[in-house]
Design a protein around this ligand. Sequence first.
Ligand code: 3H9
Length: 690
Amino acid sequence: MSNSVSVANEGGVAIVTIDNPPVNALSFHVREPLLQALVALRDDASVSAIVIACAGRTFVAGADITEFGKPVQQPDLRAIVATLEAIAKPTVAAIHGTALGGGLELALGCHFRVADQGAKLGLPEVKLGLLPGGGGTVRLPRLVGALKAMRMIVSGTPIGAQEAHGAGLVDAVFEGDLTTHAVNFAREIARKGGPFTPVRERDERLGETDLAAFDAEAADLARKARGLEAPVACAQAVRNAVTLPFDEALAAERALFVKLVASDQSRAQRHLFFAEREATKLPGKDTPKRRISRVGVIGAGTMGGGIAMAFANGGYPVTLLETSQEALQRGLATIEKNYAVSVSRGSLSEDARQQRLGQFKGSIDHADLGDCDLIIEAAFEDMAVKKEIFGKLDAVAKPGAILATNTSYLDIDEIAASISRPQDVLGLHFFSPANVMKLLEIVRAEKTASDALATVVDLARRIGKVAVVVGVCHGFVGNRMLAARGSESEALLLEGATPGQIDKAFTDFGWPMGPFQMGDLAGLDIGWRNRKARGLTAVIADTLCEQGRFGQKTGRGFYLYENGSRTPVPDPEVEALIRDKAAEKGIAPRTIAADEIIERTLYPLINEGAKILEEGIAARASDIDVVWVNGYGFPIGKGGPMFWAGLVGAGKIIERLEYWLELTGKDVFKPASLLKRMAESGSWEAGSTA
Ligand code: 3H9
């Protein structure tokens, strides 16, 4: 037939095999021969049943995302599903790996779905700012009920084969050779005879829908969507499946899909999908990797404990080192407590808890790190402390062991230069809590060997992190840009904005929280300590810290947190303090608009990103987006700061930066030359590879 679709006949059961590596996406070169094959088999009297299966590691993982935004080449997925659904002989989808998006929609066009026991099924389009556009919103509720369908489609989270079986999405789950099982299943069904009811005609579960409960849950989901259009459209489309006739609901789904696929939000989310994958690509992809069998972590505090858990969760044995038995026991007890909480919440099984705890070995002797292939220090942020630790590691670590620091801003070149094996040194900048946060900045120092770098990039994927390789500078990509974002926060307060007003401008923009809420959550003392170490001041934040107001952990920071609550309540005392400090400086308060807040915080952030790119600290603008979305909560619907800058227009950003530069004379507003080039060419030009 074609390279992408082949047909075999096993005693009257046709097997249509899709073979489009790596994930069998429904590209045009698959759709065309697939439709031809289905039409031919429909009309072939020697065929009694049809099985659709896939070669390689997975069933169809969806439409081909690279085709979005381009004119659709017919036949489209809907035409294929319509043809499939109209076939009178039994059709069976044989699902292994993942049946996602258009892949599951193709399977929903079949009369039956059988799955390998390890298979996963889902409609993750929402994560690309879309809704299922091949009939998924209209067919899935007919099998699993409207409420479950909405939850699956709005979350985009796939379910396992057994759950799918229980829910009515899958008809049988098999172990072993799936195609053989599927062929036997199809033959048996064909032998029993029809008629075979297509999913579109299976309306019985729709009748169960409690629309009031559905609407209440949909309203809650819409609220949580924080301005994202896709989750709302997903819920609406599933509702249509209940309230409208099939074809009308299908047409409504199409209209919503067409609107979303052209939206900036979906473009932004598709950009992030590819950006995350691109970020892990290093020059010289055949670089050999070092073997990592055991990981050592120095420091069992919040950060070290979280890092150790991240590796244990990823299946790696961990040696956890502390300076005293007491500190070690405290760290291990926290880890045990964290796992116990996961079990009580139902997110971890008791078996998995035991298995993970079994990965830990505690020690207070550096010599015990001698069998580790990767050692990460998560000790105090102090150059002298770090150098001392690296000196000890130099003495005890085995040859070729990778020696990493979790520093947030210290000069890793200086640390590397202090020992005899700088080629083995790099930075692994985890974000707290390290067992939860996805982002990992991998810092390549001047002398880091490429195989050491390739090893940790691969390792990051294995422990479920989104990795970005960055170069050495103060704060690397994320914290350096954060400093640029924060530099005007105090000024805005002194000029008349309140913490609440600034935070609201951020949450209205789509951030999960604003800078003051974030400071209170992280602990204001951290920034205070950093400022003091660098001889910097921030009049309001410093005064709050002097008063013992460190944020949530002390019940008071920029906001009040009463009785252990995590909800920030505006504090008149803080507002009075701000007014007093402004008066001392002779600043008369004025009304500050949300637009100004965004301009004075996010435009310097983008400007700093441009400088980072120019200096080669980041290899690609999209890497910076990955950092900000995964580590700092930049709204996914805006694609990260550099993508968003493209939407706003670099020309406009420069104009406003220059306006504020003129008014304030502050360096953060001085436009980077790369930003100017971006305004001329319309694209970010990467600096040298980080
Ligand atoms: C959809 O279906 C819309 C329909 O409802 C309506 C249509 C009308 N297309 O992630 P990996 C590439 S929307 C094109 O590293 P893994 C990926 O870029 C779609 N390319 O592998 C990468 O390329 P490279 C709904 C795709 O094993 C390579 O494949 N479906 C697609 O870690 C390997 O990917 C989804 O959203 C695609 N659909 O994970 C599922 N998918 O090597 C999206 C992957 O050049 N995909 N690529 O960097 C995934 O979630 C994961 O790729 C998957 C495998 C779990 C399948």
